[in-house]
Design a protein around this ligand. Sequence first.
Ligand code: MG
Length: 213
Amino acid sequence: MTRPLTRPGKIVCIGRNYVDHVKELGNEVPKEPVIFMKPPSSVIGDGDAIVRPVHLSALVHHEGELALVIGARASFVTEEAALSYVRGYTCANDVTARDLQRLDNHFTRAKGFDTFCPLGPAEVDAALVGDPQTLDITLSVNGEVRQRGNTRQMIHPIAKLLAYVTSIMTLEPGDVLLTGTPAGVGPLVAGDEVVVEIERVGRLRNRVVDGLR
Ligand code: MG
């Protein structure tokens, strides 16, 4: 079954989790997962508009990602048990003001704007998705494929990510984890239609506008 998404209590994100994407941005392959957070106020749903904050940024990038939704309170989970804490999966776009990310020493401003976390179109039960490390993921802009990968290419697989994150903070039911993006990130401009499509999970479509909110 699928269920509508509700606003998560927190959104934990993994950066630099696909080798090809790490290289395209000129970064080193991380030995441990790189984690950061997006605020719940950044969430929008399928069909909503991504607003480019043109008062502060001139370079907004798309990042198509698999997201998971936590089903039970998770603290210090083992890799072996980790996937049993996942209630479902959905598509995500970790929208990023790349120019601000390069200026700042942290990701909060670059990734925290309102509308910068499209999620959807719905939460699909983990049982329906099966093995989450076998999923084709694509992102297209105006019908042209820009990102193409498979979740088997993750540097740190989901079970390891959950063990790592829950050794830092407790994850609560409804919390969301974004698992990183494959190569091919690039700019969005007003008028674009951006689609994240993940095998067995769904298709998340958003258009892009310029504005303050
Ligand atoms: Mg990302």
